[in-house]
Design a protein around this ligand. Structure first.
Ligand code: SR1
Ligand code: MG
Length: 408
């Protein structure tokens, strides 16, 4: 019979005492459940005398944000742990270390990032992170390239695809990102003041075609091992360092889904700045930094991806065929911007919004931010298939903003 049950803080303390060479046997351990996400329990355990600390993350058998009526497989904890280990192997400085795990209890014991801030919170406060684009570009290029057919042999690749089959988490994405926003759904939530926008999403045939094409890629293109939920709440930052956490939505899917997640969350914050920075020129400066950083995320990613391709292609003459790398990169850019648009739209009208916009207290400013985010999101989806260069991102955002009477 399974040993699984949600742990109490006292049980967690006993569990972490057994990690070899971590806490001294005399440690006085304090444990608090600090999880504020949608799905899991997260325990922070600290030795009160040395200050040394560790994190225990345990999956619940249902979506915490909704309740027991939405069951979820506990196997996602194994998938998350294996994805973390894989990402740490490829990018040791950018991912927390896994110390131990128990698949039956659906838990992972990992490095505590207490000195870091959640990027979403820092961006809401108007902070900037000059190293971020380089760090996240490297994370995505290495994890996506090195887990794809471009770098792995066909048998190894297929074995990996099979160990990262993650149907419950993918179903959440399929419903929340590619379905609910475009129809009447009990999962959706938005203020009545933007009913006109929600109605427009439900009746826009051109948008539906583009979303259907993007969904098809999400369903069928097993290009690489994705993080699967790479928003700014899954990224911890300091001035000098970036750490990516929470890959419980990991599966083999289209690479642009991860790149688009990062870009969309920067742009959601850009829209949200309408409600956070009062002084117009300070706000415009911050929004400009967010737009430039969105571009830089792609540029850094592309640079590292091409570098990896050039060194790896030596093993595969077909991959070195003239034009193939450029074709692949352009298609990846188009996918990234399309998925970015889908992710912006879902965070405004669907289940699970972002604090960047949702916690704006002035309803007029919040509505402006929501309308701006939707305009940029829709424009990204609609223009993605024709994009040839990342430089077009600026024009897409500025034109969409101008259409809403917003200056960026
Ligand atoms: C029911 S889970 C809602 C959202 O939280 C996660 O972070 C994913 O983004 C998911 O779509
Ligand atoms: Mg998460």
């Amino acid at each position: 019979m399974s040993q699984y049950h949600p742990l109490t803080p006292a049980e967690v303390i006993e569990l972490v005492r057994d990690i070899p060479d971590f806490f001294p046997s005399s440690a006085e351990l304090n444990c608090q459940e600090i999880g504020d996400g949608n799905l899991n329990l997260v325990f922070h355990i600290q030795d009160t005398s040395s200050g040394k600390s560790i994190i225990v993350k345990q999956a619940l058998p249902y979506a915490k944000v909704v309740g027991e009526s939405w069951p979820l497989s506990l196997d996602r904890a194994r998938i998350e742990r294996q994805a973390l280990q894989e990402q740490h192997r490829l990018c040791p400085g950018l991912v927390p270390k896994v110390y131990d795990y128990d698949d039956e209890l659906a838990l992972t014991i990992m490095e505590d990032l207490s000195g870091y801030t959640i990027m979403r919170k820092a961006l809401i406060e108007g902070q900037r992170f000059p190293e971020f684009a380089g760090h996240i570009g490297q994370f995505m290029a290495r994890t996506l390239f090195l887990n794809s057919d471009l770098a792995l042999g066909p048998v190894e690749k297929k074995n990996k695809v099979s160990s990262f089959i993650n149907p419950d988490q993918c179903k959440i994405t399929e419903d929340l990102i590619f379905d609910d926003p475009y129809r009447l759904s009990d999962n959706n939530s938005y203020s009545p003041s933007i009913e006109d926008e929600a109605e427009a999403l439900r009746t826009d045939g051109q948008l539906h075609l583009e979303v259907a094409l993007l969904r098809e890629k999400f369903l069928t293109h097993a290009e690489s091992l994705l993080h699967g939920d790479l928003h700014t709440g899954s990224i911890f930052v300091t001035d000098k360092s970036t750490k990516v956490i929470d890959p419980e939505f990991a599966y083999y899917g289209p690479m642009g889904f991860d790149v688009g997640a990062v870009i969309s969350n920067l742009l959601l914050n850009l829209a949200g700045q309408i409600g956070w920075i009062v002084d117009t020129s300070t706000r415009l400066e911050q929004q400009r930094w967010l737009l430039d950083t969105s571009t830089a995320v792609w540029t850094q990613f592309e640079q590292e991806f091409r570098k990896l391709w050039s060194s790896e292609a030596l093993k595969d003459p077909l991959a070195a065929s003239p034009g193939y790398q450029d074709f692949y990169i352009t298609r990846l850019l188009q996918d990234s911007l399309g998925f970015a648009g889908c992710k912006m739209i879902r965070r405004i009208v669907g289940l699970s919004h972002v604090a960047d916009i949702d916690t704006i207290t002035d309803p007029v400013l919040k509505e402006r931010a929501e309308r701006l985010a939707l305009a940029i999101g829709k424009a990204l989806v609609k223009r993605s298939r024709s994009v040839q260069s990342i430089e077009e991102l600026q024009d897409i955002a500025l034109t969409a903003a101008a259409d809403k009477g917003e200056t960026l």
